[in-house]
Write a protein that binds this ligand. Structure first.
Ligand code: FAD
Length: 440
């Protein structure tokens, strides 16, 4: 029986030990919390393509490559798929990628379409209501549970695709120019291509010269309200605006409702891990707000409430390091963390996966790993994606600053002029029309 927290992979052949050379292949299976089979595995000696991080970016990249017939290995620091992050809203650009990956329909069966959006004040006065299809007929909006999304993508990967309990600590170059990935238990894996999908604290990004993402002065609480016998909410995104504080909720399915609260906070403050305290803190922030929001928060299991300091990174030309270097590239939050105000972080991570894999596959088809074509492909990927993600990160930040106004006059204008009379959903969601193309 394999030790539960060491070197597991989904059907995997990665390590089962922290001392790789002394251990042989194990064949016993256990079940991870998602019902997927997890098998202890071997020590990968050398890889062609290593992906760090089994989040949305990492798994989508691994699956895109797999669909193109290219093998990769994902290293994930956690002992199983990370379930934090509760839920998120995916717009049509995200669904287009999930269609390309062949996992969209399974998700659609679980998560209903959200047809509109309502904006209210903290006193419950409705400011505006939209139907998505009135604004753009092809729009598709659904809230999805992060856990289910990751699980769906992981299920499509081959048995030996993910190595859990494998935390990358340092990165180096070998004499032959390959990238050497060193794990915190001392294991070392040389690789021809390293793709950093390791989120906002990415060690790969740090190694490539990126500084820490910038805290934007706001934090978010998130959770998932559970209604065992069903709820009666309309399939709409609901926003509630206050002063320096806003909240929202969106039904995901007949029994689950995702909610968030976003609040101004000059400093991110200490990390609170006690879930009861987090829920209490969240409720206190909105205690006099519409009752339906309070009910959803109350119906959230304590351990499901999370608090996240919001960060982003603006990829200034000439100032920011390139997103790819010799044999290395970044994707998702590791490269371009953005605030959640446009609901595009995960959607863009999905787009990254397609564009990166398509470019890499073309280069490999012509020259294999030899010559400079892989580096050129990675460079072409970052060039194509930069034009997409840099403006979005900036826009998302600016939208957040407007929505988080504390100033009384600003809030008055927002609630009485801007939202009821000026806002048009079509232009606001124009970025969701972006088509990153298919894998071919
Ligand atoms: C409050 C909030 C709301 C959001 N709402 C939305 C939304 O509605 N729609 C949307 O599209 N996006 C949304 N986002 C953004 C979205 O959640 C992220 O953009 C997305 O999850 C990024 O995925 P990722 O795979 O790049 O990074 P992550 O999800 O952070 O995954 C990184 C993975 O790398 C692993 N890792 C890290 N370091 C190491 C290491 N050293 N070695 C091995 N593994 C490592 C981690 O364990 C993790 O599994 C929201 C974000 C926040 C904060």
């Amino acid at each position: 029986m394999a030790a539960p927290s060491q070197g597991f992979s989904l059907y995997s052949k990665s390590f089962h030990s922290r001392v790789p050379s002394k251990h042989s292949f194990q064949t016993s299976f256990r079940r991870n919390p998602f019902g997927l089979k997890v098998k202890a595995c071997q020590n990968p000696k050398k890889e062609d393509i290593l992906i760090v991080g089994a989040g949305i970016a990492g798994l989508a990249t691994a699956l895109s490559l797999h669909r193109l017939g290219i093998k990769s290995l994902v290293l994930e620091q956690a002992g199983s798929l990370r379930i934090g992050g509760t839920s998120m809203t995916l717009f049509k650009n995200g669904w287009r990628v999930l269609d390309t990956l062949g996992v969209a329909d399974d998700l659609r069966r679980q998560f209903g379409e959200v047809t509109g959006m309502t904006i209210k004040t903290e006193s419950g006065r409705e400011l505006r209501s939209f139907q998505f299809k009135d604004e753009a007929f092809s729009q598709e909006v659904r809230g999805v549970e992060r856990r289910v999304l990751l699980e769906m993508i992981a299920r499509e990967l081959p048995q030996d695709a993910i190595c859990f309990s494998s935390r990358v600590s340092t990165i180096d170059k070998t004499m032959s120019g390959e990238t050497l990935v060193v794990l915190d238990d001392g294991r070392q894996i040389p690789t021809k291509v390293l793709i950093g999908c390791d989120g906002v604290q990415s060690p790969v990004a740090k190694w490539m010269g990126f500084s820490e993402p910038r805290y934007v002065g706001q934090c978010a609480f998130r959770g998932l309200g559970e209604y065992q016998t069903g709820h009666s909410f309309e399939p709409k995104v609901n926003y509630i605006y206050g002063s320096g504080l806003r909240a929202g909720y969106v039904p995901l399915s007949s029994t689950k409702v995702y909610w968030f609260i976003c609040f101004n906070n000059p400093f991110p403050g200490p990390r609170t891990s006690d879930p009861t305290l987090l829920k209490k803190e969240a409720l206190q922030l909105v205690q006099s707000w519409p009752q339906e929001l309070l009910d959803i928060i109350e119906k959230t299991p304590d351990e499901g409430v999370i608090k996240t300091p919001l960060v982003d990174r603006w990829l200034w030309p000439l100032v920011s390091p390139p997103g790819s270097a010799h044999g290395l590239a970044l994707a998702g939050d590791a490269w371009h963390p953005m605030t959640p105000n446009l609901g595009q972080g995960a959607c863009c991570a999905l787009e990254d996966a397609i564009v990166l894999s398509r470019n890499l596959a073309k280069a490999l088809e012509v020259n294999g790993f030899g010559g400079s074509s892989v580096d050129q492909a990675l460079e072409a990927y970052t060039r194509e994606r930069w034009g997409r993600v840099f403006p979005l990160a900036v826009r998302s930040n600016l939208v957040g600053s407007l929505l988080q106004w504390e100033n009384g006059v600003g809030c008055f204008l927002r609630d009485n002029v801007v939202v009821p009379k000026l806002v048009r959903l079509g232009p606001l969601l124009e970025h969701t029309n972006y088509d990153c193309g298919t894998l071919q």
